[in-house]
Design a protein around this ligand. Structure first.
Ligand SMILES: Nc1ncnc2c1ncn2[C@@H]1O[C@H](COP(=O)(O)OP(=O)(O)OP(=O)(O)O)[C@@H](O)[C@H]1O
Ligand SMILES: [Mg+2]
Length: 410
């Protein structure tokens, strides 16, 4: 029987449209989490956040998790999984409950949350998150911790997120096919917010945008609580498609050109800067200026940001983010010039959010595409710090330990 690891480990698994990311974190005795293993693998089984091919998704999860396990020297057993998709729905709701004694107890809080979640949702949807925004005791509002207060009537305002039951079952099936247990299903906007936002921003008012390959997941915070969340079918794949069509080059080359030479602001690149573009099939390669490439990229990013601004206005949360502005994260926010362009469209301060609040690997911290996976670890740790008491050790751990022992003795 494999030995169990004495370290307390958590595993975050982000199942994205372009790639699966697995991050293994060690819970430190003094608090906090340190990343001890991470890996990603391309994923062809997800479209706009939704699983459309189980086998391809299973393969991608397996590769990411196995490589992360090797790096951490352990075997993952249970995982905190990120799931997106345009099937996710959100709503704000309120509930009322009587205070049974004279002081509010934890039981009263549970009752009022139950009352708030008792709203009609479509038959195919299942609730994923019920997040308290604030409580009111006898009409006094702005209360975050009501337990112990005197009163007779307790009210709660909550933000609820639900998702299609079949989408949740598909994710569970993919995870379990890799011999992993699904610990918790978490939406990526909440996870990424945990990794990139500062507490002051959440208080002031901020909109976090996780701009991935297939979806833009947004979460608005104000007064320290979630006010609005949404998933829009907008992402980096649209930019790649534009490049592919404009320069008649296959999608894969368009993606490579975009990442190596792309810029969202044509004025940031010189027209004399020339790159080579491969044609379709045996067609000859052509020369292309980076300025022309940027002229194709800019309108698409501009359109994405305009849609996101409209979503904030539609949900009446645009005014809420005036203080903290917009924090962009996700792989598609890594494009040079994106921050400046977003600022011009949103007309509020914009910054690029990199994963933080975590120790460990440095490369990871520099990649906004890892924000969700890191956030899954942090969310899992905060929600249930001792949910996974150890994972099995990977055989590579013992090979490495023996090598270290031999090296140390000779
Ligand atoms: N340096 C870069 N410059 C521009 N775009 C980039 C860069 N790096 C990654 N991207 C783009 O980011 C997107 C992938 O981001 P991310 O890994 O956050 O998506 P995902 O989680 O797989 O997808 P989703 O969240 O939509 O399900 C792709 O469209 C990719 O082209
Ligand atoms: Mg993502």
């Amino acid at each position: 029987m494999p030995r169990r690891d004495e370290r307390e480990l958590l595993v975050g698994l982000d199942i994205g449209t372009s790639k699966c990311v697995a991050v293994i974190g060690q819970v430190m005795p003094e608090g906090g989490v340190e990343v001890v293993g991470e890996a990603s693998a391309p994923n062809r089984g997800v479209n706009r956040g939704d699983v459309v091919n189980i086998d391809a998704t299973v393969q991608s999860i397996r590769r990411a998790v196995e490589n992360a396990e090797q790096m951490a020297g352990c075997r993952a057993q249970s995982v905190h999984v990120g799931m997106s998709g345009t099937h996710l729905q959100s709503r704000n709701s309120t509930g009322v409950a009587p205070v049974r004694g004279r002081e509010v107890t934890q039981k009263d809080v549970e009752s009022v949350i139950d009352a708030a979640r008792a709203v009609l949702i479509p038959a195919d949807q299942r609730i994923l998150h019920v997040i308290p925004q604030e409580y009111m005791v006898d009409g006094r509002d702005g209360i975050h911790e009501p337990v112990g207060m005197f009163g007779v009537r307790l009210e709660a305002r909550v933000h609820m997120i639900s998702g299609s039951e079949s989408a949740q079952l598909n994710i569970r099936k993919c995870v379990e096919s890799c011999d992993l247990t699904l610990d918790r299903l978490i939406v990526p906007h909440l996870a990424a917010s945990e990794a990139v936002l500062l507490p002051e921003e959440k208080t002031l008012g901020v909109c976090m945008v996780d701009l991935g390959a297939g979806t833009a997941d947004i979460a608005v915070f104000r007064g320290g609580a979630v006010r609005h969340t949404a998933v829009l079918a907008l992402g980096g794949n649209l930019v790649t498609n534009d490049i592919s069509v404009a320069f008649r080059t296959p999608h894969q080359f368009a993606e490579e050109i975009k990442i190596a030479y792309g810029c969202a602001l044509p004025e940031m690149v010189a027209a004399s800067d020339v790159i080579e573009v491969r044609g379709v099939g045996d067609g000859p390669a052509r020369q292309l200026s980076r300025h022309t490439l940027a002229e194709v990229i800019k309108p698409r990013y501009e359109e994405i940001f305009r849609f996101l601004r409209k979503e904030l206005q539609r949900s009446e949360t645009y005014e809420m983010v005036a203080g903290g502005g917009v924090v962009l994260t996700g792989g598609a926010s890594a494009m040079p010039g994106v921050q400046e362009l977003a600022e011009a469209v949103f007309e509020v301060p914009v910054r690029i959010g990199l994963p933080q609040n975590i120790r460990g690997l440095n490369d990871l911290a520099r990649d906004p595409g890892y924000a969700t996976a890191v956030g899954l670890l942090l969310h899992g740790h905060r929600a249930a710090p001792r949910s996974i008491a150890g994972q099995e050790r990977h055989p590579s751990y013992w090979v490495r330990r023996i090598k270290e022992w031999v090296a140390g003795n000779f």
